[in-house]
Design a binder for this molecule. Structure first.
Ligand SMILES: [Zn+2]
Length: 486
């Protein structure tokens, strides 16, 4: 059953959380347009006499002093992001810069009509406001940080000045799974390699090796899955081919995003007429062999083919061909290390996500990730070595820190204790092999001890995004109880 009205959340508990959430939904706040919500937060703090500051990015920090008998307890930072992903159904006329969201309650869940809801992470904003607004709660000194541009690269958290932060515990409220505490995330660094090439004489026969329709996926969260990297499949075919037949590379074209496992890749190679039959035979066989090696997920739509043509095309020199194949096959890719204290967690990995040749060079783009900074550095060094070995230049950019798993985390211990007391069972403690704001905060405030939690949400970043009403109530209770602990 669908109920819709204007003040749609007013009957829900906890009343304050949903009242603030409904107000937030009236204020447009897609990424890069958080200024109206920031102004609302400043008005909120001003009206209650709470100290606050807002920076040029529109990050807002609101502080509230400890309640009686909590003056000596460790300061806690509560944190969530104010921006939301703006996605709508094709038939929706919603204007994310102007229109309030149209809320719908359905079977115990809240969603928005035709658009993302911004429960990610508006519910964190609402919970923090409800806590700041409630003078009956007991808690230590609070630092509530509302960051911007999380969804577009953690920019708010990266640009914030943490110099006046006193908190030693951080409860980040940006998870989507009730009963799961996230205790580690990965940092990353983008690595670009450029191997200059020159083209020479044209050859008269050429083959096109085409990998298409592999499953692909997120280069962090899905790097441990049995999914082939299309660039590496091409690399393995051509390196095997080079053992028996001579050919030259003419062009390479693969993925164009460093953070996605590439699904497609096309290589054009050229050869002499005299090698034609040997090359066809070997290449056909290699395509079949590699097709048979694909995982079930990749094989569903993945296809490895070679086609042959006659005609003149320019080719890279023999030396350039060897070096480019060297980088394609021998650079670091996939899982590099697993975490000792949490054996299911990928500790470090690398993804060759970008590949394309142009008139002067072959360009490779990698994203290395690691929860442990030194592991990230290890991968960087391996890639630098590879570039040097094969005559490529290398550039680094977009480095951001990870957050290593600490099995002695007080934040995690407090969460587990409270959760068990309230719900009679152990929560799950997990880590993700992708970036979170906690990583940047841990880096900026080394003594801070973070945990990330949040209520059940489904299909975030899509127009089907929804948030569980009962789960919000339980997570709010959990956060309030965690503040009560000393
Ligand atoms: Zn989020």
């Amino acid at each position: 059953m669908v109920i819709r009205m204007s003040n749609i959340l007013s009957e829900l508990q906890p009343k304050a959380v949903f009242a603030f959430f409904e107000e937030i939904c009236q204020i447009p706040h897609p990424s890069y347009h958080e200024e109206k919500l920031a102004a609302y937060l400043c008005d909120f703090a001003r009206a209650r006499g709470l100290s606050f500051r807002v920076d040029a990015l529109h990050n807002v920090l609101i502080k509230k002093p400890a309640t009686a008998e909590y003056e000596d307890a460790e300061t806690v930072m509560l944190q969530g992001h104010t921006d939301m992903v703006a996605q709508k159904r094709a038939d929706s006329e919603h204007d994310f810069l102007r229109d309030p969201l149209k809320l719908v309650i359905e079977d115990g869940w809240i969603r928005a009509d035709g658009t993302t809801l911004g429960g990610d992470d508006g519910i964190a904003v609402a919970m923090m406001l409800a806590i700041l607004d409630d003078d009956t709660l007991v808690h230590p000194a609070l630092e509530c940080l509302f960051t911007v541009q999380e969804e577009v690269g953690l920019c708010g958290a990266a640009g914030f000045d943490y110099s006046d932060i006193e908190a030693s515990l951080l409860f980040n409220l940006d998870s989507e799974d009730e009963g799961v505490g996230t205790v580690s995330c990965a940092g990353g660094i983008r690595v670009d390699m450029k191997r200059p090439v020159s083209y020479e004489k044209k050859m008269t026969r050429y083959a096109t090796v085409c990998i298409s329709g592999l499953k692909g996926g997120h280069s962090g969260a899905e790097i441990h899955m049995p999914r082939a990297n299309a660039h590496r499949v091409v690399g393995s075919i051509l390196s095997a081919l080079s053992e028996t037949v001579s050919f030259r590379l003419s062009s390479l074209l693969g993925g164009n995003m460093d953070n996605a496992i590439p699904r497609d890749c096309t290589a054009v190679i050229a050869y002499e007429a005299q090698d034609e039959s040997a090359l066809h035979q070997t290449l056909d066989m290699l395509c079949q062999t590699k097709q048979a090696l694909l995982s079930h997920a990749d094989a569903e739509t993945g296809c490895i083919t070679a086609s042959y043509d006659a005609g003149e095309i320019p080719v890279m020199t023999a030396e350039d061909t060897r070096s480019v194949l060297g980088i394609l096959c021998m650079s670091v890719n996939g899982i590099v290390t697993m975490c000792e204290d949490m054996p299911s967690l990928v500790e470090s990995s690398c993804n060759m996500g970008i590949l394309c040749s142009d008139d002067h060079a072959v360009n490779f783009g990698f994203l290395a990730r690691a929860s442990v900074e030194e592991r990230k550095e290890e991968i960087r060094v391996l890639l630098a070595m590879c570039a040097k070995q094969f005559g490529a230049s290398i550039e680094y950019s977009g480095s951001y820190p990870g957050w290593a798993y600490d099995k002695n985390s007080l934040a995690a211990a407090r969460y587990c204790k409270v959760y068990k007391r309230l719900y009679g069972r152990e929560p799950r403690i997990e880590a993700i092999h992708a970036g979170l704001e906690c990583g940047l905060m841990k880096h900026a405030v080394p003594n801070i001890d973070p945990i990330s939690i949040g209520p059940d949400m489904k299909d975030i970043h899509t127009p089907q995004e929804r948030i569980s009403i009962e789960s919000v109530a339980r997570v709010y209770e959990t956060v309030c109880e965690m503040l009560k602990e000393k």
